[in-house]
Design a protein around this ligand. Structure first.
Ligand code: BTN
Length: 324
């Protein structure tokens, strides 16, 4: 893996590099370089060779770089960051942090990876996580509050993602309850919260965010309309900058949520609500309940005008589909 990553960093500029030059830099034979190139292709990285010129990536790659991520964070975000783990690949950043809970993580412990082998989505779905294209980020936080107040955390973190997008000059993203980030009805990012704790608290929460950055040319298997930042940002964005800005905003949201709950985020969430006033279908176990979305209440439950009157639903029990 180490040689493969070093090879990738040499090829990341998107220029041609001869097998001989690569072998010399890595201290391996040309045959070993060729084998590593094949391994890269198996990772879904488009790398080709032209005789007489050498190897080249179909498009330049930006690998994660600690300094670049940290320098994109603001002072307040950096102060809240306890640890930043960077890995080339892992099964799931959420699972990785959840596994470490018993060792006593510090709030603000984050993990960022190039690819996930078993990325997790909400409601048991998987999250496609191709190498070095998107953001796969999780962090740990500890909350001393009742579970009913904690239910608004996903919404508050959605506001954090919207704030990060604004800092990256992406202004027209919206939120689909409980915490999908959409752009013109297409999914740009998603949040997965996993928690553990005793009824009396404290609650240990791992918050994971996946954000599509550049899926250009990637042969995907995603079963819903989606978009990436590359398709909507006014300028090409550095993946490290996106990760740093996102992490910074999310940590600040977690810290403020710990002190004040959902209230400080409520108006911003409502302003970005992509469902308000629209026809929706609530999936509740085997039942389907049609209605019109009417915003959220102060603890983050969605309000829906149904034939039976105004109903509220919590995110743990239902999922929501936009109609039309
Ligand atoms: C969703 O279904 O919308 C939530 C997707 C969350 C994906 C992120 S990627 C980083 C973190 N690790 C995971 O395994 N999942 C989350």
């Amino acid at each position: 893996m180490k040689t493969r990553l070093e090879l990738l960093s040499l090829l990341a500029d998107g220029r041609f590099h001869s097998g001989e030059a690569l072998g010399t830099r890595l201290g391996v034979s040309r045959t070993a370089v060729w084998k590593q190139i094949q391994a890269l292709q198996k990772l879904g990285i488009d790398c080709h060779s032209v005789s007489g010129k050498g190897y080249r990536l179909a498009r330049p790659l930006e690998l994660h770089d600690r300094e670049a991520v940290l320098s994109a964070m603001d002072d307040a975000g950096r102060e809240l960051l306890a640890t930043l783990e960077l890995h080339p690949e892992i099964d799931s950043t959420n699972r990785h942090l959840m596994q470490q809970l018993s060792q006593g993580l510090e709030p603000g412990h984050a993990c960022l990876v190039e690819r996930q082998l078993a990325g997790r989505g909400r409601r048991g779905r998987s999250w496609e996580s191709p190498f070095a294209r998107n953001i796969y980020l999780s962090f740990y936080w500890r909350f001393e509050m009742s579970p009913s107040l904690l239910s608004g955390l996903g919404l508050a973190l959605g506001v954090g993602v919207i704030r990060a997008l604004r800092r990256l000059d992406v202004f027209d993203a919206g939120l689909k309850w409980p915490n999908d980030i959409l752009w013109q009805g297409r999914k740009l990012a998603g949040i997965l919260l996993e928690m553990s704790g005793e009824a009396a608290g404290p609650y240990h929460v791992v918050a994971g965010v996946g954000m599509n950055v550049n899926m250009d040319g990637y042969d995907h298997d995603i079963d819903q309309p989606w978009i990436d930042l590359h398709g909507i940002a006014p300028e090409p964005l550095s993946r490290n900058r996106v990760a740093g800005v996102l992490l910074s905003e999310l940590l600040q949201v977690a810290s403020e949520f710990q002190q004040r709950g959902l209230a400080p985020f409520f108006d911003e969430w409502s302003a970005a609500d992509a469902c308000a006033g629209r026809e929706v279908l609530i999936h509740l176990a085997q039942r389907r309940i049609p209605g019109r979305a009417a915003g959220v209440d102060s603890d983050g439950a969605i309000l829906v005008e149904t034939d039976a009157g105004l109903c509220r639903f919590h995110s743990g029990e239902v999922s929501l589909r936009l109609q039309g």
